[in-house]
Design a protein around this ligand. Structure first.
Ligand code: ACO
Length: 333
């Protein structure tokens, strides 16, 4: 059980942004040796959204504006903006800096957080610390990825899996005890780099004609290895976090898992003995938007009225790193 906190970090608003352009599995059939049935059966994905002509910061700023509007806040009331992304607009400045400027959050500081598909839960745990310690009142946590910027459209084993999108939450201070983030558990196994990475463009392999020719500026994944890891770790970290808080999966009102593959989600739910109606799934419409999946799914769940005050919410992800983690909340609004 976690130590008592000075303040609670509660989620007071959840928003999402999805680009308008829909690309279906049938569209991929036109350019690749693949089929709608292969993609559906192996992943649960039917279609995804792709962002054209704009960068990741555009989607993140849309989410930020919607969060402000939802709470009727002035941008100057935001003190910190964290953007979880692996597809920043550029190496520097961070995408969070660009969002700060685009929304005119003149008093905020801002930084990006890189933990691939675990980025949003990592950022949530990070942002909550600033609220719980009493140093901040309002922190924006956004997960945003334009995966189409690093998808190799000649590699059928990866490009069909991803999409573009963003979501985010506003974390605010609460004096009420036992509300908001209750606990989190995060992990890394850096030896898993070989299974999921993008090698080109950094200091290891700076951009060159050769790095482009070798297609090193695209995501590479050993799908089977990541699949096995995800199935074990998602359930393990979720059960561990619940157990150390004296809870069981049956106590949850909603489980929002990272949306990478429907089979991973189903296997995780099965290992946790969690009823299907408590598991949020929308991978069919958006595919894997990396940092975006959990806040996008949470935003849709809220719209569907699946959370009410006092409910327990668990969010869990696995991603490149390899990283994995889980965050437990008591819903406060
Ligand atoms: N269409 C048709 N056939 C395909 C496609 C495709 N799009 N992609 C691969 N295949 C073929 C392969 O070439 C292979 O053919 P072969 O048997 O003749 O060699 C066959 O299908 C089976 O390939 P596998 O890779 O073994 O298929 P698998 O059942 O493992 O499914 C998948 C692949 C969907 C990628 C799965 O492994 C997976 O979802 N892995 C986890 C992905 C994930 O969760 N990533 C983490 C997040 S990403 C992040 O952090 C940024």
């Amino acid at each position: 059980m976690a130590e008592p906190k000075r303040y609670g970090a509660i989620i007071t608003a959840v928003e999402r942004y999805l680009p308008d352009k829909i690309v279906t599995n049938h569209d991929f059939e036109q350019i690749l040796d693949t089929s709608d049935s292969w993609i559906r059966e192996r992943t649960g994905i039917v279609e995804r959204r792709l962002l054209e002509g704009k960068p990741t910061s555009f989607m993140a700023a849309q989410v930020a504006r919607r969060l402000l509007a939802r709470r009727q806040l002035d941008p100057a009331e935001v003190e910190l903006i964290i953007v979880a992304t692996i597809t920043p607009d550029m190496f520097f400045p961070s995408t969070a800096c660009l969002v700060q400027d685009q929304i005119g959050a003149g008093r905020a500081w801002a930084f990006d957080l890189s933990a691939a598909c675990s980025g949003f839960v990592y950022a949530l745990a990070t942002g909550a610390q600033f609220i719980e310690s009493g140093t901040h009142r309002r922190v924006m946590v956004i997960g945003a990825d334009k995966m189409s910027a690093i998808m190799d459209m000649q590699d059928r084993s990866t490009c069909v899996l991803f999409g573009d999108g963003a979501g985010g939450v506003l974390l605010e201070r609460s004096a009420e005890s036992g509300m908001g983030m209750l606990d989190f558990e995060m992990h890394v196994d850096g030896s898993g780099c070989e299974y999921l990475h993008m090698k080109g463009g950094g200091s290891l392999v700076p951009a060159s004609h050769e790095s482009v020719d070798q297609r090193l500026h695209y995501i590479r994944q050993e799908g089977r290895a990541v699949f096995k890891f995800a199935v074990i770790r998602m359930a393990q970290v979720s059960l561990s976090l619940l157990a150390r808080n004296g809870l069981k999966p049956g106590d949850l009102a909603l489980f929002v898992p990272h949306q990478a593959n429907l089979r991973i989600i189903e296997a995780t739910a099965e290992r946790m003995h969690l009823a299907r109606d408590k598991v949020m799934v929308n991978i069919d419409r958006y595919a894997n938007t990396t940092g975006g999946t959990i806040p996008i799914a949470l935003s849709e769940a809220c719209e569907q009225g699946r959370l009410k005050r006092g409910d327990l919410l668990l969010m869990t992800a696995v991603g490149g790193g390899l990283t994995w983690g889980s965050a437990l909340f008591r819903w406060a609004v």
